[in-house]
Each structure stands twice: as C-alpha cells, then as structure tokens.
Design a protein around this ligand. Structure first.
Ligand SMILES: Nc1ncnc2c1ncn2[C@@H]1O[C@H](COP(=O)(O)OP(=O)(O)OP(=O)(O)O)[C@@H](O)[C@H]1O
Ligand SMILES: [Mg+2]
Length: 464
C-alpha cells in the first residue's frame, strides 16, 4: 500500500541471539521492528506505541509469554500476538491459543513459515483497519450535522432524529420522492449505538412478493424451484444493526403480516424452514405513499401502521420549505466543485432567484441534479441562468426553441423539451406518477425511466 505506515512488529525474547536473528530477518523484509529482552520491557514498549504484531517467546525468566499475552490483551483486546514455543510443548501452544494468541510457531523457527504468518497478519490487520476507516468515513458522511436544514420543518425532523437515534424505537419516515428519506434513515443508524453493526437496506418495491420474502427472511435449500442453496435473509444480516425498509407502502398483504410478527415477536422463519429464528434488529421504514389513505382503501394493515409509527418523521416537500433552498444550493455547489475538481464557484443573483422560484416536483434530488449539471456546464467563476435547465424558465416551446437555438444540438433541445413536459405533468398531478404518465400518454415504466434520466425521480435500490 502506497503511503501506508509500516507494519510494526515487536520481537520479545530473552535470548540475545534469537532476538537479533528475528529482528534482522523481519527488518530485511521491510517491516518496522523493535525488540524487547523481557515481558516487562515489552509492555513498556507496547504502551508507547501499540505494535501491529507481537512475536513472543514462551519461556522467559520473570514474566513468561503467556503472562505477557494476558497483559497485552488487557491493554488492548485487539492485540495480535504469536507465541514461539519449544518443539514438543503442545500444551503451551494450546494454552496460548486459549488466551487469544493469534497463532504459534515451534522453535527452531522456520523463517519461511514465519514470513508467511507475518504476511497473513499484515493482510488481516490491513483489512480491519480499512473497515474501521470506512466506517468512520461513513459515520462522518452521514452525520446529522451535514444535513442541510434552515426551515422549521427540517429542524423539527432533525430534532426527532437526534432524540430517536439512541433508542431502538421503530421509525417511520414519510415524504415525497427526493425529500431525503434515505439520508434521514442513514443518519439515524450512524447516530445510534448500533453504528458499528450493519445497516441493511431493502427496497420493498423492487421485487415481486415471493422473491422479496426470501430476500427479507432467507430460505432453505430447495424451498422452492430455483432455491439452489440456503440463503441468509436481510433480517438475519442486520442482526444487532438496523434494517431500512424502503417503500414500505408497497408491501403485499401477506408480507405485511409477516413483518408485523417480526416487529412484535422479533422472530421469523426462513422460507421452507420450521425453525424459528430470533433477531435483534432496529427497523426504520420509509414510504412516499399516504399510508392513512392506504388503510382506508384496505391495502395497508392498520395494526402494522401503528407498530411502525412509534416515531414518525415527516419530511415536507421542498416547495414548502424554500428557506432550505439557498443553503442547499451552497451545499451542492461545494460538493460538486469538489467532486469535479473545479475552482470555487459562485452563483449569480438571477440564477439564484430562478432556483428559488421553481417548485421542484422531484424535491431535493432534482435541485441537486440541477446544481450538479450547472457546476459541470459552468465556465468561469459564476453559475448563471444559462447553466440552468430551460424548464426552470417556464417559457413556451417557441421561447425554448429560440434559446435552444443558441449553440445546442438537436438531441439536447429535444431532451430539454422532454424534461420540461415531464416536470410540468408531475407538477399538475402533484407528483402522482400514474396521473402524470396518463397525461403524457406514456407508461408509468417509461415515465420512471425518464424521471431517473433527468434526475426527477426514484433511485435504484442500494444495499449497504
Ligand atoms: N437536507 C438535505 N441536505 C443535504 N442533502 C440532502 C438533504 N435532503 C436530501 N438530500 C440529498 O438529496 C438526494 C435525495 O435524497 P434521498 O435519496 O434521501 O431521498 P428519498 O426521500 O429517499 O427519495 P426517494 O423517495 O426517491 O427514494 C440525496 O442525494 C440526498 O443526499
Ligand atoms: Mg429513497
């Protein structure tokens, strides 16, 4: 790994010759090595800087290898130590492993074997370190502090996030598409005591019922045609962590009752298995549907609704919290200039006013897309109205044609017009996709595809 700190090994042996031999060998292989002549000296050195690996002899006067190992583990439960034992003393090796030694080597030390072992530890330590860093990065990225909020509605939502996060209470997040439901779900997990455990996402609208069931609960080999092996479900994967059930309003009645049971009893069975499994999972659910209406219509179970909405966080649409627009613009300009390695950009007053006057059927995701595009298109140090999509300008098609005439290709012009019409239709149908598709004379599937293309809609199912 380029630039990574050297892997540090501490060699502990009372015999000078052996000590210097190991030290010299490992140093020649490029490791950072130090040596200690006794257990006490080793502890001193370890306290000064925790080594990645401690290679210790077992038989030493004073503190022996086993005592040293115990002391190291007390100082750092994740300490990695390898015990060097005399040939034929299996009991010592077993005792060392019981105390949490990583492995043991018998003397006389085979240097090739030693090298392989050190390399293996190095790889594993590297992986744990990477994982830890990755988690720290994610925690940083999804910190509640980074969620932009200037409006009362968002402040209230974030307040709830902070209060609900430390508990295991089920949280229901409501809001139109693109209002930040997933962002809030992640913030809850990363602000909760479960942060070191998995956050597992399931998009309940992405799969047909039978596949979703085995996705959620897993299945046994042969449970149904095509079930070639056993599968561990998402609930099991999320044990001790958080499961994020996205688009919960799309869950079929049968799965609704299974989910209700998990919420009530914390137990379920894999498909095709009689064995009941227990899990400790925190549930965060989200939907852009109106669940109360769905209950009225009989498509959503009322008892499940009450189980889910222990804490409900409602994210208002962006058009109802325009105070959030200016800080969001700044936030996204900073994000995308950084990502595209562009110098600092400002935005003209006209462009800002235009962004403030639009009403965002695709909510924050749409604003984010508009700003990203503007950052990419902008020349010079200021974003101007020219860098914004034409549909913000609410012009007639003829006006659009005039504007698009200036230096835009035919496909670009057509895309602008398409984007404009879709945005209009979504606006007039208040975001109801069935209605918008009907108005546009296209299928809902095509509409969703185009919304995605233009950044005014659903995102793919991500599992992390
Ligand atoms: N308050 C906010 N501050 C900063 N970024 C935000 C905020 N709200 C949303 N975003 C960003 O907007 C985008 C859309 O948010 P998100 O995916 O969480 O929405 P959603 O409600 O889950 O949408 P959908 O219903 O379509 O799945 C994401 O890139 C997210 O990071
Ligand atoms: Mg989402």
């Amino acid at each position: 790994m380029k630039g990574a700190p050297k892997f540090q090994v501490l060699v502990v042996d009372d015999e000078q010759v052996q000590r210097e031999m190991l030290e010299g060998f490992l140093a020649k292989q490029g490791y950072g090595v130090e040596a200690a002549a006794s257990g006490a000296q080793a502890i001193e050195k370890y306290k000064g800087s925790p080594f990645d690996l401690v290679l210790t002899d077992y038989r030493m006067p004073g503190m022996d290898g086993l005592q040293l190992l115990k002391e190291l583990k007390r100082l750092n439960p994740e300490a990695v130590a390898v015990m060097l034992t005399a040939f034929g003393t299996v009991g010592t090796a077993v005792a060392a492993m019981k105390e949490g030694a990583y492995d043991y080597l018998t003397k006389p030390i085979d240097l090739d074997e030693l090298l392989l072992l050190v390399q293996r530890v190095e790889r594993e330590v590297g992986l744990t370190r990477e994982n830890r860093e990755l988690r720290a990065q994610l925690r940083e990225k999804f910190k509640v502090d980074f969620i932009v909020s200037a409006s009362r509605g968002m402040e209230e939502a974030l307040n709830l996030v902070k209060r609900a996060a430390p508990s295991t209470a089920t949280v229901l997040i409501l809001g139109e598409s693109g209002t930040g439901k997933e962002l809030i779900a992640r913030a809850i997990h990363y602000a909760s005591p479960r942060v070191e455990k998995p956050l597992v996402k399931v998009n309940c609208a992405a799969l047909p019922e039978n596949l979703l069931e085995s996705e959620l609960f897993g299945h046994e080999k042969g449970a149904f045609t095509g079930a070639v092996g056993r599968r561990i479900g998402r609930f099991e994967q999320a044990d001790q962590g958080t499961i994020f059930l996205d688009e919960i309003g799309d869950l079929s009645p049968a799965l609704q009752s299974k989910l209700l049971r998990v919420l009530q009893e914390k137990e379920f069975e894999r498909v095709g298995s009689g064995q009941t499994l227990k899990v400790d999972v925190r549930v965060v659910a989200a939907t852009n549907r109106n669940l109360e209406e769905a209950i009225q219509k009989g498509t959503f179970r009322e008892d499940l609704y009450y189980r889910l909405n222990v804490v409900t966080i409602s994210l208002p649409p962006l058009r109802e919290r325009k105070e959030d627009i200016p800080p969001l613009i700044e936030h996204f300009i900073a994000k995308y200039t950084r990502e595209n390695e562009k110098p600092t950009l400002s935005i003209s007053k006209e462009a800002r006013d235009l962004l403030l006057s639009y009403n965002y059927p695709g909510n924050i995701r749409e604003l984010e897309n508009i700003v990203e595009r503007a950052v990419v298109l902008s020349r010079g140090d200021t974003i101007t109205t020219k860098d914004l999509p034409l549909n913000l300008r609410e012009g007639k098609v003829e006006d659009l044609m005039k504007e698009t005439g200036k230096g835009r290709s035919l496909p670009e012009t057509l895309e602008e017009i398409e984007r404009l019409r879709i945005a209009q239709a979504l606006q007039s149908s208040h975001g109801v996709q069935t209605k918008a598709a009907e108005e546009l004379g296209i299928s809902e599937r095509v509409l969703r595809y185009k919304m995605k293309k233009y950044g005014i809609g659903d995102k793919d199912c991500i599992v992390s």
